[in-house]
Design a protein around this ligand. Structure first.
Ligand SMILES: Nc1ncnc2c1ncn2[C@@H]1O[C@H](COP(=O)(O)OP(=O)(O)O)[C@@H](O)[C@H]1O
Ligand SMILES: [Mg+2]
Length: 251
């Protein structure tokens, strides 16, 4: 049975989508079959990193949630050539970018329980080793659901007091819901900061392990979501940190 890894942050713009895309790609580069679900239905975007164009998306997660099709029919095989050469596969389940669809979700909500069933069906029907969930920021119903069903929960935060306070709440809720394994990832850290001190502070206040420390990188900003950083820069320290995180999850 494949495992579910969800990536959360308390606030938007923290780096969830980039981390999810890079972590999933790194795992797939080890010859695994991975899936990625964009559950950030209110502000979707991870498909952009994989170069999936809006006009190519004829079916999205929304169609499954409205009962229009089976969930695997919304999966796009978007395996990059490097991953294919390594024997891995990546399937992406995008969320709709149509204004009307987004408005409908915000207005009417959706059956969060259906998402859970959908994850299980994806793992079975696409024979996935790993399913990654890119979530909507903050604490909401779908965050609670994905915490409850995840084998791993990755909480990404910046060195910022608002992120720290919000993440503390999420960690507490995750513990109450009994998430099996949790890792913190610090992102957008400046090289000039006292990184060891920061790690100590974070581990001490959250009583949770840090899976990776990712520096704010100009190359990432320049890439501007137009590709998978780890494929573009295979020897970069960011890529090495993501590889370390992937190993922790797979071990
Ligand atoms: N380590 C990093 N260094 C520089 N820019 C980053 C880094 N991580 C993410 N970004 C940038 O931050 C922005 C938000 O990232 P994104 O992954 O979309 O966040 P989220 O999904 O949490 O909203 C993007 O412009 C992305 O390129
Ligand atoms: Mg995002």
């Amino acid at each position: 049975m494949g495992m579910i890894v969800s990536i959360h942050s308390y606030r938007g713009g923290t780096g969830k989508s980039n981390l999810t895309a890079n972590l999933a790609t790194t795992v797939a580069l080890q010859g695994r079959r991975v899936g990625i679900v964009d559950t950030d239905i209110q502000s979707p975007g991870i498909h952009v990193l994989f170069g999936l164009e809006e006009k190519q998306v004829t079916r999205a997660l929304n169609d499954y949630l409205w009962g229009h099709c089976a969930i695997e029919e919304t999966a796009y095989h978007i395996t990059p050539p490097e991953v294919r050469a390594a024997g891995g596969s990546i399937y992406l389940i995008p969320s709709s970018l149509k204004a009307g669809e987004i408005a409908r979700v915000i207005r009417d909500g959706y059956d969060v329980g259906l998402l859970n069933d959908g994850f299980e069906q994806l793992i079975t029907r696409l024979q996935l080793d790993c399913l990654f969930i890119d979530t909507h920021p903050g604490m909401n119903e779908e965050t609670l659901l994905s915490i409850a069903i995840s084998d791993w929960m990755i909480l990404i935060l910046r060195p910022d007091k608002q992120d720290f306070l919000g993440t503390a709440v999420t960690v507490e809720v995750a513990r109450k819901l009994g998430v099996p394994r949790m890792l913190l990832v610090l992102n957008k850290v400046l090289a000039s900061m006292d990184i060891e001190g920061l790690k100590r502070d974070v581990e001490h206040s959250f009583h949770a392990d840090i899976g990776a420390v990712l520096l704010l990188t100009e190359d990432m900003l320049r890439l501007g979501s137009q590709g998978i950083f780890c494929l573009r820069y295979p020897h970069h320290p960011f890529t090495q940190q993501v590889r370390k995180l992937a190993q922790t999850i797979l071990s």
